[in-house]
Design a protein around this ligand. Structure first.
Ligand SMILES: [Zn+2]
Length: 259
Protein backbone atom coordinates (compact mmCIF):
# COMPACT_ATOMS: atom_id res chain seq x y z
CA UNK A 1 0.00 0.00 0.00
CA UNK A 2 1.37 3.42 -0.91
CA UNK A 3 2.48 5.55 1.98
CA UNK A 4 2.46 8.84 0.12
CA UNK A 5 0.12 11.45 1.46
CA UNK A 6 -3.43 12.04 0.44
CA UNK A 7 -5.63 15.00 1.28
CA UNK A 8 -9.09 14.38 2.64
CA UNK A 9 -12.00 16.82 2.74
CA UNK A 10 -14.83 15.98 5.14
CA UNK A 11 -18.27 16.55 3.60
CA UNK A 12 -21.08 16.59 6.19
CA UNK A 13 -24.61 15.85 4.98
CA UNK A 14 -28.04 14.92 6.33
CA UNK A 15 -28.33 14.95 10.13
CA UNK A 16 -25.01 13.37 11.06
CA UNK A 17 -23.48 11.68 7.99
CA UNK A 18 -19.99 12.20 6.60
CA UNK A 19 -18.72 11.68 3.08
CA UNK A 20 -15.01 12.04 2.34
CA UNK A 21 -13.31 13.46 -0.73
CA UNK A 22 -9.81 12.02 -1.11
CA UNK A 23 -7.07 12.98 -3.56
CA UNK A 24 -3.33 12.74 -3.98
CA UNK A 25 -1.68 15.86 -2.65
CA UNK A 26 -2.44 18.80 -4.94
CA UNK A 27 -4.09 16.56 -7.55
CA UNK A 28 -7.32 17.57 -9.23
CA UNK A 29 -8.61 14.01 -9.51
CA UNK A 30 -10.57 12.90 -6.46
CA UNK A 31 -12.77 10.10 -5.19
CA UNK A 32 -15.60 10.25 -2.71
CA UNK A 33 -16.28 7.66 -0.02
CA UNK A 34 -20.03 7.20 0.56
CA UNK A 35 -22.15 9.61 -1.45
CA UNK A 36 -25.42 9.41 0.47
CA UNK A 37 -26.46 12.63 -1.23
CA UNK A 38 -25.15 14.02 -4.53
CA UNK A 39 -25.57 17.78 -3.99
CA UNK A 40 -23.17 18.27 -1.03
CA UNK A 41 -20.55 16.14 -2.79
CA UNK A 42 -20.83 18.10 -6.05
CA UNK A 43 -20.70 21.39 -4.15
CA UNK A 44 -17.49 20.34 -2.38
CA UNK A 45 -15.98 19.06 -5.65
CA UNK A 46 -16.71 22.42 -7.28
CA UNK A 47 -15.49 24.57 -4.41
CA UNK A 48 -12.12 22.78 -4.34
CA UNK A 49 -11.84 22.74 -8.14
CA UNK A 50 -11.67 18.92 -8.26
CA UNK A 51 -12.57 16.32 -10.88
CA UNK A 52 -14.55 13.48 -9.35
CA UNK A 53 -13.37 10.12 -10.72
CA UNK A 54 -15.10 7.59 -8.49
CA UNK A 55 -17.45 6.78 -5.66
CA UNK A 56 -16.35 4.18 -3.11
CA UNK A 57 -19.44 2.70 -1.42
CA UNK A 58 -18.85 1.05 1.96
CA UNK A 59 -22.30 -0.55 2.14
CA UNK A 60 -25.75 -0.39 0.62
CA UNK A 61 -27.71 1.62 3.20
CA UNK A 62 -29.56 4.51 1.58
CA UNK A 63 -27.84 7.20 3.61
CA UNK A 64 -24.52 5.96 2.14
CA UNK A 65 -25.40 5.25 -1.52
CA UNK A 66 -28.44 7.51 -2.08
CA UNK A 67 -26.47 9.93 -4.28
CA UNK A 68 -24.73 7.38 -6.52
CA UNK A 69 -27.22 7.44 -9.40
CA UNK A 70 -27.45 11.24 -9.52
CA UNK A 71 -23.65 11.55 -9.45
CA UNK A 72 -23.36 9.15 -12.38
CA UNK A 73 -25.90 11.19 -14.34
CA UNK A 74 -23.92 14.35 -13.58
CA UNK A 75 -20.55 12.73 -14.39
CA UNK A 76 -21.00 10.01 -17.04
CA UNK A 77 -17.39 8.77 -16.75
CA UNK A 78 -17.73 8.24 -12.98
CA UNK A 79 -16.75 4.82 -11.61
CA UNK A 80 -18.63 3.30 -8.68
CA UNK A 81 -16.78 0.76 -6.49
CA UNK A 82 -18.63 -1.54 -4.10
CA UNK A 83 -18.97 -5.11 -2.89
CA UNK A 84 -19.15 -7.76 -5.62
CA UNK A 85 -20.95 -10.02 -3.15
CA UNK A 86 -24.17 -7.98 -3.36
CA UNK A 87 -23.84 -5.97 -6.61
CA UNK A 88 -27.55 -5.22 -7.00
CA UNK A 89 -27.56 -3.29 -3.75
CA UNK A 90 -25.06 -0.61 -4.82
CA UNK A 91 -26.73 1.81 -7.26
CA UNK A 92 -24.63 2.54 -10.34
CA UNK A 93 -21.98 -0.07 -9.50
CA UNK A 94 -19.32 -0.26 -12.25
CA UNK A 95 -16.41 -1.91 -10.41
CA UNK A 96 -17.45 -4.81 -8.17
CA UNK A 97 -14.77 -5.60 -5.60
CA UNK A 98 -14.03 -9.02 -4.11
CA UNK A 99 -13.43 -9.24 -0.34
CA UNK A 100 -10.07 -7.60 0.41
CA UNK A 101 -9.69 -6.61 -3.25
CA UNK A 102 -7.01 -4.07 -4.14
CA UNK A 103 -7.54 -1.35 -6.70
CA UNK A 104 -6.05 1.89 -7.95
CA UNK A 105 -8.09 4.98 -8.74
CA UNK A 106 -7.11 8.64 -9.19
CA UNK A 107 -3.46 7.62 -8.54
CA UNK A 108 -4.36 6.20 -5.12
CA UNK A 109 -4.18 2.58 -4.02
CA UNK A 110 -6.83 1.14 -1.75
CA UNK A 111 -7.75 -2.21 -0.28
CA UNK A 112 -11.44 -2.98 0.20
CA UNK A 113 -11.28 -4.75 3.54
CA UNK A 114 -14.23 -7.11 3.99
CA UNK A 115 -15.92 -6.14 7.27
CA UNK A 116 -19.17 -8.11 7.69
CA UNK A 117 -21.43 -7.48 10.68
CA UNK A 118 -23.28 -4.20 10.20
CA UNK A 119 -24.15 -5.56 6.75
CA UNK A 120 -23.22 -8.87 5.16
CA UNK A 121 -21.01 -7.37 2.43
CA UNK A 122 -19.68 -4.25 4.14
CA UNK A 123 -16.31 -2.86 3.08
CA UNK A 124 -13.79 -0.51 4.65
CA UNK A 125 -11.46 1.31 2.27
CA UNK A 126 -7.88 1.63 3.42
CA UNK A 127 -4.84 3.27 1.89
CA UNK A 128 -2.28 6.04 2.33
CA UNK A 129 -2.55 6.08 6.11
CA UNK A 130 -6.34 6.24 6.21
CA UNK A 131 -9.16 3.77 6.73
CA UNK A 132 -12.70 4.79 5.77
CA UNK A 133 -14.84 2.69 8.04
CA UNK A 134 -18.44 3.38 6.92
CA UNK A 135 -20.80 2.19 9.67
CA UNK A 136 -18.50 -0.57 10.97
CA UNK A 137 -16.29 1.51 13.28
CA UNK A 138 -17.48 4.81 14.74
CA UNK A 139 -15.68 7.22 17.02
CA UNK A 140 -15.71 5.28 20.33
CA UNK A 141 -18.37 2.94 18.96
CA UNK A 142 -19.43 0.58 16.20
CA UNK A 143 -22.39 -0.04 13.93
CA UNK A 144 -25.47 -2.02 14.80
CA UNK A 145 -25.80 -5.67 13.88
CA UNK A 146 -28.23 -5.59 10.96
CA UNK A 147 -27.11 -8.61 8.96
CA UNK A 148 -24.28 -10.26 10.81
CA UNK A 149 -23.44 -11.85 14.12
CA UNK A 150 -21.64 -10.29 17.06
CA UNK A 151 -18.70 -12.59 16.33
CA UNK A 152 -18.52 -11.33 12.73
CA UNK A 153 -18.63 -7.65 13.65
CA UNK A 154 -16.11 -8.21 16.43
CA UNK A 155 -13.83 -9.97 13.96
CA UNK A 156 -14.24 -7.12 11.47
CA UNK A 157 -13.29 -4.49 14.04
CA UNK A 158 -10.26 -6.50 15.14
CA UNK A 159 -9.11 -6.95 11.56
CA UNK A 160 -9.48 -3.25 10.95
CA UNK A 161 -7.29 -2.26 13.87
CA UNK A 162 -4.80 -5.09 13.44
CA UNK A 163 -4.25 -4.70 9.68
CA UNK A 164 -2.89 -1.16 9.82
CA UNK A 165 -0.48 0.90 11.93
CA UNK A 166 -2.03 2.51 15.01
CA UNK A 167 -1.28 5.94 13.55
CA UNK A 168 -3.79 5.23 10.73
CA UNK A 169 -6.56 7.79 10.60
CA UNK A 170 -10.05 6.35 11.02
CA UNK A 171 -12.74 8.26 9.08
CA UNK A 172 -16.21 7.12 10.04
CA UNK A 173 -19.69 7.51 8.54
CA UNK A 174 -21.62 9.27 11.30
CA UNK A 175 -21.08 11.84 14.04
CA UNK A 176 -21.98 9.66 17.04
CA UNK A 177 -18.77 10.13 18.99
CA UNK A 178 -20.08 12.15 21.94
CA UNK A 179 -22.96 9.76 22.67
CA UNK A 180 -20.60 6.83 22.26
CA UNK A 181 -18.10 8.31 24.71
CA UNK A 182 -20.84 8.67 27.33
CA UNK A 183 -21.55 4.95 26.99
CA UNK A 184 -17.80 4.21 27.03
CA UNK A 185 -17.40 6.17 30.28
CA UNK A 186 -20.17 4.14 31.90
CA UNK A 187 -18.40 0.92 30.93
CA UNK A 188 -14.96 2.08 32.10
CA UNK A 189 -15.30 4.95 34.58
CA UNK A 190 -11.63 4.58 35.47
CA UNK A 191 -10.35 5.01 31.90
CA UNK A 192 -8.79 8.47 31.81
CA UNK A 193 -8.31 8.34 28.03
CA UNK A 194 -12.09 8.26 27.61
CA UNK A 195 -12.55 11.34 29.81
CA UNK A 196 -9.78 13.17 27.96
CA UNK A 197 -11.26 12.32 24.57
CA UNK A 198 -14.74 13.38 25.71
CA UNK A 199 -13.34 16.78 26.68
CA UNK A 200 -11.62 17.14 23.27
CA UNK A 201 -14.72 16.06 21.33
CA UNK A 202 -17.05 18.30 23.36
CA UNK A 203 -14.84 21.27 22.46
CA UNK A 204 -14.76 20.34 18.77
CA UNK A 205 -18.52 19.90 18.61
CA UNK A 206 -19.13 23.18 20.45
CA UNK A 207 -17.07 24.84 17.69
CA UNK A 208 -19.19 23.09 15.06
CA UNK A 209 -16.28 20.88 13.99
CA UNK A 210 -16.40 17.13 13.28
CA UNK A 211 -14.86 14.55 15.59
CA UNK A 212 -13.69 12.58 12.55
CA UNK A 213 -11.05 11.40 11.80
CA UNK A 214 -9.65 9.72 14.87
CA UNK A 215 -6.69 7.34 14.88
CA UNK A 216 -6.73 3.61 15.44
CA UNK A 217 -4.59 4.23 18.55
CA UNK A 218 -7.25 6.56 19.92
CA UNK A 219 -9.96 3.98 19.23
CA UNK A 220 -7.95 1.20 20.88
CA UNK A 221 -7.64 3.39 23.99
CA UNK A 222 -11.26 4.59 24.23
CA UNK A 223 -13.63 2.44 22.15
CA UNK A 224 -15.32 -0.13 24.39
CA UNK A 225 -15.97 -2.40 21.40
CA UNK A 226 -12.20 -2.72 20.99
CA UNK A 227 -11.61 -3.08 24.72
CA UNK A 228 -13.29 -6.39 25.48
CA UNK A 229 -10.19 -7.49 27.42
CA UNK A 230 -10.45 -4.58 29.88
CA UNK A 231 -10.90 -6.02 33.42
CA UNK A 232 -12.97 -2.98 34.42
CA UNK A 233 -15.32 -3.38 31.45
CA UNK A 234 -15.63 -7.13 32.07
CA UNK A 235 -16.42 -6.55 35.74
CA UNK A 236 -19.07 -4.04 34.70
CA UNK A 237 -20.74 -6.74 32.61
CA UNK A 238 -20.31 -9.42 35.26
CA UNK A 239 -17.86 -11.22 33.00
CA UNK A 240 -14.67 -12.94 34.05
CA UNK A 241 -11.36 -13.36 32.31
CA UNK A 242 -12.39 -16.72 30.84
CA UNK A 243 -15.24 -15.30 28.76
CA UNK A 244 -14.58 -15.09 25.02
CA UNK A 245 -13.99 -11.63 23.56
CA UNK A 246 -16.77 -12.11 21.00
CA UNK A 247 -19.25 -12.91 23.81
CA UNK A 248 -18.23 -9.81 25.77
CA UNK A 249 -18.55 -7.82 22.55
CA UNK A 250 -22.03 -9.21 21.87
CA UNK A 251 -23.25 -8.32 25.34
CA UNK A 252 -21.78 -4.83 25.01
CA UNK A 253 -23.51 -4.33 21.63
CA UNK A 254 -26.85 -5.48 23.07
CA UNK A 255 -26.46 -3.19 26.07
CA UNK A 256 -25.64 -0.23 23.82
CA UNK A 257 -28.71 -0.98 21.68
CA UNK A 258 -30.87 -0.65 24.78
CA UNK A 259 -29.11 2.45 26.15
ZN1 LIG B 1 -25.40 1.58 7.63
Amino acid sequence: MGESAIEVVIVPYAADNYAYLARRESAREAVVVDAGEAAPVLAAVDSFGLELRAVLSTHHHGDHVGGNAELRRAIPSLRVYGAAETPARVPGLTDPLPPDGRFEVASMQFVALAVPGHTRSGLAFAGHGWVFTGDTLFGAGCGRLFEGTAAELHGSLRRMVESFPSTTRAAFGHEYTMQNLRFAARMEPGNLAIAARAARVAKLRAEGRPSTPSTLAEELATNPFLRTKSPELRARLGRGEDDADADVFGELRALKDRS
